[in-house]
Design a protein around this ligand. Structure first.
Ligand code: FES
Length: 104
């Protein structure tokens, strides 16, 4: 029987997987899973760094409110918790250059 929550479907027995990259590293994620949850489940702990201090951020609210899950997907900055994992996504941390130039 299929679980009621999509978060319970992430993992080795969850069904078909898709191949994506995060910062150029290959990852296999559960197809159709919430991208933020799938990245966390795959061990990604830092989605982005803040522009002002370079502090690390990752998914927090999982409902589109906090914007801590921002990632660059195929060149467009989006909220990972609002995207489904699909084949071929090229995911990167946004604002990396600005964070490294920040004097703080
Ligand atoms: S985790 Fe808060 S907006 Fe995505």
């Amino acid at each position: 029987m299929k679980p009621a929550s999509p978060f319970l479907e992430i993992g080795a027995d969850a069904g078909p997987c898709v191949d994506v990259t995060f910062e150029g590293a290959p990852l296999r994620l559960t197809e159709g899973a919430n991208l933020a949850a799938a990245l966390l489940a795959a061990g990604v702990e830092v989605f982005r760094h803040t522009k002002t201090t370079g502090a690390p951020r990752a998914a927090f609210c999982m409902m589109g409110a906090c914007f801590d899950c921002l990632v660059e997907i195929d060149g467009v900055v989006r909220q990972a918790c609002m995207v489904e994992a699909s084949q071929g996504l090229r995911i990167n941390r946004p604002h990396e250059a600005e964070a490294h130039d920040d004097p703080a």
